[in-house]
Design a protein around this ligand. Sequence first.
Ligand code: ATP
Ligand code: MG
Length: 432
Amino acid sequence: MRRTVEPLRAVKGMNDRLPGEARAFARVEAEARRVFGLHGYGEVRTPMAEEAALFSRSIGEETDVVGKEMYVFPDRHGVPLALRPEGTAGAVRAYIEHKVATVEPVTRWFYLGPMFRHERPQKGRYRQFHQVGAELFGAASPEADAELIAMIHAFLGAIGLSGVRLQLNSIGDDACRPAYAAALQAFLRAHAAELCPDCQRRAETNPLRALDCKVPADRAILASAPEPGASLCGPCREHFDAVRGHLEVLGLSPEVNPRLVRGLDYYTRTTFEFLAGGELGSQNTVAAGGRYDKLVERLGGPAVPAVGFAAGIERLLLALGATEAAAEGSDLLVAALGGPARRRALVLAQAVRAAGLRAELDLRGGSLKSQMRYADRAGAAFALVLGDDELAAGKAKLRQMGPRGGGAPGDEIEVALDAVPAELRRRLRDVR
Ligand code: ATP
Ligand code: MG
């Protein structure tokens, strides 16, 4: 028959994760939960859509994220909503909305989940991607920055990512940034003719953004621009030096990158990035963050300082080169022939699962021979053949299929049906 219906495809830049990849994802998420939990962080889950104004107010109108990449749409009443492009704005909104500051002097939150940006899809850059991130509210001291950065380092180590570089900078605060921004603006205006249209605009609206420009020609020009790190006021310099000192004590050696600004407007003082080696190219930033002492206030909350970060899970997995088997093979495949035997097999498989082991039936049925072939192909550790004779005797032959199980492939032992779960546990205990 001719096919008349074109199958639908996933939205460009939004990817399926089949079980093998999903497992690698889940492993990273589990390590995040574990490591962040050790540092006193609780998980916060905020909605995937927020009023668009939340992001323009926090991230900034002039940023690429808000200006070019955000998915914005009117809801059925015409209220502009946005799919969240990052996690901090929603976390801060929730922190204010639930008056968390009134009950907790210091709050440690982490989050995990999908983020949405309409970017050009390429390796390490997608339209739906996933971040794991954390926010530490209520601590202005350099210890907070250092603790958070060291936690990220521990997390990266826990998932097996070694050889990461840590870059650190300070972009100053309300006391010293205006003078720096003016100096940078003068520089940008002087070079306006050679800069991209975005940077020409940034020169007038938000000069610091220009340092984050991805256009190679602009980057070359900006290499000789004044640097924020060079014009810090006393307290910002002190804070920065203390963060570096604490990190050294913690065994991390940050490289100072004097032009490191982040792509979002809300940062003050510390900014940092973790870079992975390898072939991720300009998508090699796996985690990034910094301090944002004014954001809570800017969004209508109390004056609470904060520091946070986010890591892209897809990029972590690319950097890890993580590949996983689609699923682990079963511990037991029950091959059964005939109605009564197949019913007994259903019950047996359930008992094995209740004992904490993976059990599977060949649901296609078919001959015992074909069911055993399936057991082999599916990577089962053991197979058990159940027919009328075995049912009558109340016992069956447990056959080791692969290397797992203590004996050799092909070994068979006779086991009472009721004893199968215990026997499997005994044989697989040390192997898993
Ligand atoms: P980049 O400079 O690569 O565009 P960014 O400054 O926009 O990154 P952040 O907003 O700081 O990134 O997000 C933190 C992390 O989230 C990044 O370091 C990256 O690992 C990941 N990330 C950001 N955008 C994407 C994307 N479109 N696809 C996949 N991962 C992303
Ligand atoms: Mg970006």
